[in-house]
Every structure is written in structure tokens, then in C-alpha cells.
Design a binder for this molecule. Structure first.
Ligand SMILES: [Zn+2]
Ligand SMILES: [Zn+2]
Ligand SMILES: [Zn+2]
Length: 193
């Protein structure tokens, strides 16, 4: 494929695991934007923080892949895929759906392209995080306020009844906090864009 101009479809990778991990021989793909950079996936690319690897294949949610340089340059100013024109923004917050630097790890465990059944949440992870934090504060604040009020009373009067009320309020606060944090943990998953 080195001499021929790559077709538009050569950068469409709806199933990255098959294309990069199981295909034999590996497809000789090159970037359709610059038409020269080879699209490679490093064996140990970007698996752990601090491991930069040298993968040069960046997958976008619609299933198209581009080289790192072109991906950065294109999406610095645009929000649609250069090949299929898919709108690459989260529906609710309108932030850009981030491209995924491909590695054997995130090909298997990361988000899949939409044609392969991948899901794009309404909001980016940053906006989801902000919303979740706000929800935690909103839900926990009244319970926390009640606890601190009773704590002051107990410290001031020191009666057994006040202490018991304070301890009950503390247990409530712990329970609410734990429940809210549990909700958040079960909602965040790595297989979403
Ligand atoms: Zn390129
Ligand atoms: Zn596309
Ligand atoms: Zn966002």
C-alpha cells in the first residue's frame, strides 16, 4: 500500500482488535490525511501512566484512524471526522469526544468504535465528574449540616440524649456518603468514550 494512494476506507477500523491484534499479516495502513505516516500500534504503547510507547494510530469514535500529528492538528480547530463528517461532540456538553491512542491494552479494554457497538456518553468525563461532585455535595450537605448541628449541641450540653442523637446523625451521614459514592463508582466505566 506504500505507493498507492490510500482509499478512504483504509482508515476505517470498526474492529480495532481484529485489525491490529489478530489480523495476520498486519494491515499496512497509512494516514489518509497526510498520506505518509504509517499507522502503528506499539506493543507496550501507553498502557500505564508514564509509558509513552510509540503508537501512531489514533482512533476516533466513528471508527476512523489517523496519525497523531494529523489528529492533533485537525481536531485543534474542527469537531467532525475528516472522512465521514460524523459530529464528534458529546451531545449534551458539546465537548469533543477525545481520540484514543491505540495500544493492545485499550484495544481490548478501552472504548470500542460506534460501529462495533461502542457508546458515547452525553457528556465528556470532565463534565460528568463535575456533575457527580455537585450531586454528592447536594445530597450530602443537608445530612452533614444536621450532624454538625447535633454535634455542637452534644458538645455544649453533653447529655446522653444529645450524644445519642449526634451518633445517629453521624451514622446517617456515613451511610448517605457511602451510597452516593457507590452510585458514582458503578456509573463510571472505562469502556465509554
Ligand atoms: Zn497523518
Ligand atoms: Zn469518521
Ligand atoms: Zn464536557
Amino acid at each position: 500500500m506504500a505507493d498507492a494512494a490510500p482509499s478512504q476506507e483504509s482508515c476505517f477500523v470498526p474492529d480495532p482488535a481484529y485489525t491490529f491484534l489478530f489480523a495476520d499479516p498486519l494491515p499496512d495502513l497509512c494516514c489518509v490525511i497526510c498520506k505518509e505516516a504509517k499507522l502503528t500500534v506499539a506493543e507496550h504503547g501507553h498502557t500505564f501512566p508514564g509509558d509513552n510507547g510509540d503508537s501512531n494510530a489514533y482512533l476516533v469514535a466513528c471508527g476512523h484512524i489517523f496519525c497523531r500529528k494529523c489528529c492533533n492538528a485537525w481536531f485543534a480547530t474542527k469537531t467532525t471526522c475528516p472522512v465521514c463528517r460524523f459530529d464528534l461532540r458529546h451531545k449534551r456538553c458539546r465537548h469533543l469526544i477525545k481520540s484514543l491512542k491505540l495500544s493492545p491494552w485499550n484495544i481490548l479494554f478501552g472504548p470500542q468504535p460506534l460501529p462495533a457497538g461502542g457508546k458515547v456518553p452525553d457528556q465528556c468525563s470532565y463534565c460528568r465528574d463535575v456533575e457527580e461532585r455537585t450531586a454528592v455535595v447536594t445530597l450530602c450537605k443537608p445530612v452533614a449540616k444536621c450532624y454538625y448541628g447535633l454535634k455542637l449541641e452534644a458538645e455544649r450540653w453533653g447529655s446522653e440524649e444529645d450524644t445519642r442523637a449526634m451518633e445517629l446523625a453521624k451514622r446517617n451521614l456515613d451511610r448517605v456518603t457511602e451510597a452516593v459514592l457507590g452510585l458514582i463508582t458503578c456509573y463510571s466505566s472505562t469502556d465509554e468514550w
